[in-house]
Design a protein around this ligand. Structure first.
Ligand code: HPA
Length: 272
């Protein structure tokens, strides 16, 4: 049973000395810098947590860091699981369930994304305002366990409005370029064709990535408030598209990661 697996994983994390988190963090590709800001109480490699997905060949093993960030108890996933690695949607989102079981009220998710809004620049922060699921699957597919959440969760506001406002205020105060935007998730792992970027922009998305949407759906199902940030790591204007350069994407993610490592702690300090 999923429910029992969640309780078992949470039990092991608690026993390792993790304080009950107020916020859960999922740190995206190249965006792990924030982990260094956490004063750790317990660090658990994923393979030591029961029912956590085991790493595939190409995914780097990650770890859960539990501790305090500016005095707020947090649990952070340093390294996430992606759909394109072959995990199921349920596997990808299992850690979100566990964070909820540990007591988290807020989930903060970060990712690297392609910017399709022509006003966006490399390294800009996008505070997600809404999302589109184009991954072709759903983590809630299957029998619903009412102890975990409702069969048909509302999605009229996937991201917490107050936290979005607070994030935008903090970005302004720290002089970090930030926008509110719509995120669309695709399965990957290939980057998009020109025709696909044109379609995704046309359907109303500002940024595109290969993660976050499953976690947000499960967070909503579990009754967590969610806040998510994209870093614009490549400019995806269909009529002026350059070949994707993964090294460049990772370099820009590092700049964005530094920005999020300033923004998120400042935000958590003010979050109640
Ligand atoms: N598309 C999809 N995922 C991404 C991109 C992109 O252009 N950039 C970073 N992640």
């Amino acid at each position: 049973m999923l429910y029992d697996d969640i309780q078992e994983a949470a039990g092991v994390i608690r026993a390792a000395g993790a304080p009950p988190p107020r916020a859960g963090l999922i740190l995206g590709t190249g965006l792990g810098g924030l982990a260094a800001e956490i004063e750790p109480a317990a660090v658990l490699p994923y393979e030591t947590i029961p029912h956590f997905p085991s790493s595939t060949v190409e995914s780097h093993a990650g770890r859960l860091i539990a501790g305090t960030l500016r005095g707020l108890p947090v649990a952070a996933m340093d390294g996430r699981f992606h759909f394109y690695e072959g995990y199921s949607m349920q596997q990808i989102t299992f850690p979100v369930r566990v964070m909820r079981a540990l007591g988290a009220e807020l989930l903060i998710v970060t990712n690297a994304a392609g910017g399709m809004n022509p006003h966006y620049r490399l390294g800009d922060v996008v505070v997600l305002d809404d999302q589109i699921n184009l991954m072709g699957d759903n983590p809630l597919r299957g029998i619903n366990d009412d102890r975990l959440g409702p069969r048909f969760p509302d999605m009229s506001e996937p991201f917490d409005r107050e936290s979005i406002e607070l994030a935008m205020d903090q970005a302004l105060a720290l002089a970090i370029p930030a926008h509110r935007g719509v995120f669309v998730a695709v399965a990957g792992p290939n980057l998009e064709t020109r025709a696909e970027y044109r379609m995704l922009r046309g359907m109303g998305a500002d940024v595109v990535g290969m993660s976050t949407v499953p976690e947000t759906i499960v967070a909503k199902h579990a009754g967590l408030r969610t806040l998510a940030f994209s870093i614009v790591t490549d400019i995806c204007l269909p009529d002026a598209l350059e070949p994707a350069n993964i090294d460049q994407i990772l370099k820009v993610a590092a700049i964005g990661g530094e920005r999020l490592a300033r923004l998120i702690p400042a935000l958590l300090e003010r979050w109640k």
